[in-house]
Ligand binder design. Sequence first.
Ligand SMILES: [Zn+2]
Length: 72
Amino acid sequence: MNAQATRDNKIQMKPPAPVEYSGLAHCPMCTHTVQAVVLASGKAVRVKPGQKCPRCSGTLDAAYVLRFDRAA
Ligand SMILES: [Zn+2]
């Protein structure tokens, strides 16, 4: 966590809440690109845990995020 937040306690330091987007992930099981829900937390982007590949029913936890549509 950010240690500087303790000093500026008056300022509301919101934790970077992950935002969900729809995106494309590369399934490591069937090596296909599939639609997935993507969590973007700051600069970190990852596949939302607990999803299954619509093609092979494999877990997408380890899938690579290829693209996600950030809502404006
Ligand atoms: Zn798959």
